[in-house]
Design a protein around this ligand. Structure first.
Ligand code: ZN
Length: 96
């Protein structure tokens, strides 16, 4: 019985050290709470929405504005294209 008790005590002493380390880690985590950062989603740069790069080359997914000229893409609103620069709206003829 006595031997078992001694062994148990020794085991308890040995076991104390790693437990303390674990507690320190927990304390550090508590001291440094994770601030809720706004999730930075790696989104494609907006300009690349307008192009599709394939093996053949680069194709434009949206038309340029007729008034503003090349460089001004028109937004795709489903049944129509709209220019955010001048407000020109072109309805898609295929839909109608
Ligand atoms: Zn325009």
């Amino acid at each position: 019985m006595s031997r078992k008790r001694e062994e148990a005590e020794v085991e308890a002493e040995e076991a104390e050290e790693p437990e303390e380390l674990e507690e320190e880690e927990v304390v550090e985590k508590k001291v440094k709470p994770k601030k809720p950062k706004p999730e930075k989603k790696k989104t494609e740069r907006k300009i690349f929405r307008n192009y599709k790069i394939s093996d053949e080359g680069l194709t434009r997914l949206r038309p340029f504005c007729e008034r503003c000229g090349p460089g001004y893409f028109m937004a795709d609103h489903g049944n129509r294209y709209a220019c955010g620069h001048c407000g020109l709206t072109l309805y898609k003829q295929n839909e109608q």
